[in-house]
Design a protein around this ligand. Structure first.
Ligand code: HEM
Length: 472
C-alpha cells in the first residue's frame, strides 16, 4: 500500500538503469525519441527505471515510474514528496508565469481557492454553446477545402484555441487568437529547448533565441494586459460576487477571475491575472487540440468505429445542437475519445522533483531525484492493456474501466494537482466531435502520423484526411 511513513524507509533494491552509449548514456535517444526510450526502458527493466543523459559531471538522471500504483503514489498518495521544482516547470514558470499550473505552496492554495469556484460543473456546462458556435464556424470552411482534404492537426488546433480564448475572453477572442497562434509556438519551443538542456545561457543575454522569445512574450503579455486593464475598468468587474464565487452567469472567465475575491485571499492583481490567463491558454489549447486531432484521425482509419459513432450521434441528437447533458447520452463517442487519449495522451510525461526518499515498490527514489510518471508508457502497460497499440473503444465500457487500477489511465494527471479543465475539455471534445462527425465523413490520407513530445504531445507532420459532406 502507498502512504506516509511506510514509503520513506529503507534503501530498497537497486533501481535498474537503461544502458545507453558510453559516457553520454541515453542523451541521443532522449533527444531523438524520448517517448520510445521510456517505452523501451519499461519493456527491458519494468516499472521503475533510471535513465541517464549527458557527460560525467553534467549527467542528468531521471527516475521513471511506470506502474499505475507508482503513478498514484507520485501524483496523489505521496504527492507532498514530489514537487514541481524540476527544470522543466521552472522554464514554464519563467515564460508563462506563476499561474495555477506552475505555482506551489501558499501561492498555489490561494489561487486554487479563487479559481476553483469558476470551474463548477454548472458553470462549465454553460460553455457548450460557445464551443458549438466555434465548431460551426471552423467546419463551415471545409466545404471549400482543396481536393476535399483537411489537416485535422491544424484544424483542431485552430478550433481548440478559439474555444479556450472564447471562454476566457468572450468577445475579445478576435483580438487574442491570432497573437496566441503566432507567439505560442515560439515560446513553447524556447521553453522546451531550455527545459531539457543541461546548461542554458541567462535569459537576459541578447542571443537570437533569447531575443526572439522575448519579443513573442512582449507581444503576448501586451495583448493580455490590454484586455485585463479594460476589463478591470469596465462593466462586469463586480459581477461575480464575494468569497471567490459568484452566481452562475454568462460572463467570460477573465471577468470572473478579475472579480473573484474572498475575505481571506483578497483578489488577483493585474500581473497575477495575466499569469492565470497565460496558464489557461497554455494548458487549455494544445491539449484538447491533440485529443481531438487523434480521435478524428483514428476514426478516419477505422471506418467501422466511425460509422458506429455517427449512428449514435444521429440517433441521440438528430439535427439539434449538442449540449452538456448529451455527454451522458453519447457513451460510445466518449469511449472513442478516452481510447484516443489513452493512445495519444496530450501530457505524455509529467515531471516532478523528489524532496525526500520515497519507497516505490521494492525501490527507493532518493531525495533530490528528477522523477517522471508517463501516461504514454502506463497507457500501454502490458499488464493492463492487452494488445496495447490496437485502437479499441470497448476498453472503456464501465465494466472494463472498473476492472483496472485507477491510474492505469490518467491523461489528466491526478491527486491534488489534477487538471482543473478536465470536464471542460471532455465537454468541448464531445460537442465538437459530435458536430464534426455528423457533418462530414473522414478517410485518412496520411495513414501514419509521427508524434513529437513538446510541452504537449503533438502530431509531428501533417494529419490529412479526405472529408466528404454528409447528405441529409
Ligand atoms: C485533453 C485535454 C487536457 C489534458 C490531457 C490535460 C492534462 C493535464 C494534466 C496532466 C495536468 C497535471 C499536470 C501536472 O500534474 O504536472 C493538468 C493540469 C492543469 N490543466 Fe489540464 N489538460 C487538458 C485540458 C485543459 C483545459 C481545457 C484547461 C483549461 C481550460 C486546463 C487547465 C489546467 C490547469 C489550470 C492545470 C493545473 C491545475 C492545478 O495544478 O491545480 N487543462 N492538465
Amino acid at each position: 500500500m502507498a502512504g506516509g511513513a511506510d514509503t520513506r524507509a529503507g534503501a530498497g533494491a537497486e533501481v535498474p538503469e537503461l544502458v545507453g552509449v558510453p559516457l553520454l548514456g541515453s542523451l541521443f535517444d532522449l533527444k531523438s525519441d524520448s517517448l520510445g526510450t521510456y517505452l523501451r526502458a519499461q519493456h527491458r527493466h519494468g516499472d521503475l527505471v533510471r535513465v541517464t543523459a549527458g557527460p560525467p559531471g553534467m549527467r542528468a538522471e531521471l527516475y521513471c515510474v511506470f506502474s499505475p500504483e507508482g503513478a498514484q503514489q507520485v501524483l496523489a498518495s505521496d504527492s507532498a514528496n514530489f514537487r514541481k521544482d524540476n527544470a522543466f516547470y521552472q522554464e514554464v514558470r519563467d515564460s508563462f508565469g506563476n499561474g495555477l499550473l506552475t505555482s506551489q505552496d501558499e501561492d498555489y492554495l490561494r489561487q486554487r481557492r479563487l479559481v476553483q469556484p469558476l470551474f463548477t460543473r454548472r458553470r462549465v456546462d454553460g460553455y457548450a454553446g460557445a464551443v458549438a458556435a466555434e465548431t460551426t464556424s471552423v467546419i463551415a470552411a471545409w466545404e471549400e477545402a482543396l481536393d476535399g482534404v483537411v489537416d485535422v492537426s491544424d484544424e483542431m488546433t485552430h478550433l481548440a484555441l478559439r474555444a479556450v480564448a472564447r471562454i476566457l475572453f468572450g468577445a475579445d477572442v478576435e483580438a487574442t487568437a491570432d497573437v496566441v497562434a503566432r507567439c505560442f509556438p515560439v515560446i513553447t519551443d524556447y521553453v522546451l529547448r531550455r527545459g531539457y538542456s543541461p546548461a542554458n545561457v541567462p535569459r537576459h543575454w541578447p542571443t537570437p533565441g533569447n531575443r526572439r522569445a522575448a519579443a513573442a512574450m512582449d507581444e503576448l503579455y501586451g495583448v493580455c494586459d490590454k484586455i485585463i486593464a479594460e476589463r478591470r475598468g469596465g462593466p462586469g468587474a463586480d459581477a461575480a460576487g464575494q468569497d471567490g464565487g459568484g452566481q452562475d452567469g454568462g460572463d467570460d472567465l477573465l471577468t470572473l477571475l478579475a472579480a473573484a475575491r474572498s475575505s481571506d485571499d483578497g483578489e488577483f492583481d493585474a500581473a497575477e491575472l495575466r499569469d492565470q490567463v497565460l496558464i489557461f491558454l497554455l494548458a487549455g489549447h494544445e491539449t484538447t487540440a491533440t485529443s481531438l486531432c487523434f480521435a478524428l484521425h483514428l476514426l478516419a482509419r477505422h471506418p467501422e468505429e466511425q460509422s458506429r459513432a455517427r449512428e449514435e450521434i444521429s440517433r441521440v441528437l438528430g439535427d439539434r445542437t449538442p449540449e452538456a447533458a448529451d455527454l451522458d447520452r453519447l457513451p460510445y463517442l466518449t469511449r472513442v475519445l478516452k481510447e484516443a487519449m489513452r493512445l495519444y495522451p496530450a501530457a505524455p510525461v509529467i515531471g516532478r522533483r523528489a524532496v525526500v526518499d520515497t519507497r516505490i515498490g521494492e525501490h527507493t527514489v532518493p531525495a533530490g531525484a528528477d522523477v517522471i510518471v508517463a501516461p504514454w508508457v502506463t497507457h500501454r502497460h502490458p499488464e493492463h492493456w492487452p494488445d496495447p497499440d490496437r485502437f479499441d473503444p470497448e476498453r472503456f465500457t464501465p465494466e472494463a474501466e472498473a476492472a483496472r487500477p485507477r491510474y492505469a489511465w490518467f491523461p489528466f494527471g491526478g491527486g491534488p494537482r489534477a487538471c482543473i479543465g478536465q470536464h471542460f475539455s471532455m465537454l468541448e471534445s464531445v460537442v465538437a466531435l459530435a458536430m464534426i462527425l455528423r457533418a462530414y465523413e473522414f478517410e485518412a490520407v496520411d495513414t501514419e502520423i509521427p508524434v513529437g513530445a513538446g510541452i504537449t504531445l503533438r502530431a509531428d507532420g501533417p494529419a490529412r484526411c479526405r472529408v466528404r459532406r454528409m447528405v441529409g
